[in-house]
Design a binder for this molecule. Sequence first.
Ligand code: MN
Length: 365
Amino acid sequence: MAMDPLLWSRALGRLKIVLTPADCFSALPTREPPVTIKQAPLLGRDRCYVQDSARNIIIKDLPASGERLPLFVVGDVHGCAKELRDLIAKAKKSIAEFQLVLVGDLFTKGPDPVGVFDIIHEFNAICIKGNHDWALWAAMVQAQRRGLQSLPEHTQQTLHMIRHHRRALFDFVNSLPHAFRTTVKPVRERRGWESEYPLIIVHAGIDPVSGLAATPERMMLTARYVRWDDPQQRSKLLVVPSGYRAEMLAEAEQKQVGSAPKLPAPQTHSKPRPDSPEKFRWHELHKGPDLIVFGHDAKQGLFRKTLSTGRPICVGLDTGCTYGRQLTGYFPELDDAVQVDAKRSYFDLARNVILLRGPTPRIAV
Ligand SMILES: [Mn+2]
């Protein structure tokens, strides 16, 4: 049953402050934006959040599952406003009222960043910061200092498209948290599942060994592959900066056929490769109990990993909409996914540019 939307905002107002030790965030990336330009606005003293030393909100607690609307969590939108609107309409056939959540990478590399910003306001979406949202912030700073020409072409294209909204977008991406924490009460009873289990929503991933609170910001924004700092001791995981675009290009050549709009067959939590000195995906070491819903990994596509009972502990939602594949959303409370196909490919990976118009129609001679 849909919940009164007012309860959502009331519940948000009841939360308490939790501060984490500053040393949790001592491993901030050196490329972290300087904080002197604009501090993230605080949400009020009665909200629950974790901040870094610069008072940016890192982890924000949402009300528990029974005290808010069901969530609908959407993977990397990348400026695909039409598809996002279609996906929301399709999702409403499952649940009439839900809280829209976007996992980040909202505006760049796609055709209509302003349209996405409009939808965020229209539907009161709550959003997580992705690496591209951070990069957009950094690009706006760099454009002021060194000019547009210093930026990659697709970034220049995005900055041009948002030229009348730069200030609002600058403040918006700067204020985004890096993770939401809440719980899931599954709507349908399933044998062997808890009646309520913890949920983390993050753009890229967490440190599966140390947990969310000890995960460096850089890992939350960028992790796909990780490796052990010391393969013998195996005490610390590091993000592996991957040649991901090259991997994506190789995959694009294989031209995968779009999958059906349902969750893939689950992987149970086996096959961690702790003996491998090489890189592996961060979630290979995640054993629950938290369900982690994330994006950022278009090559992996729609991903699902479960406990042996079938209860999900990982759901990956980046299905490469801007690359001409699908946009995917997930209802944690229903454990259901919803997909729409991209209307076309909006990004040329080889040239690293946004395709602002479709292919030129061929004229019969
Ligand atoms: Mn990303």
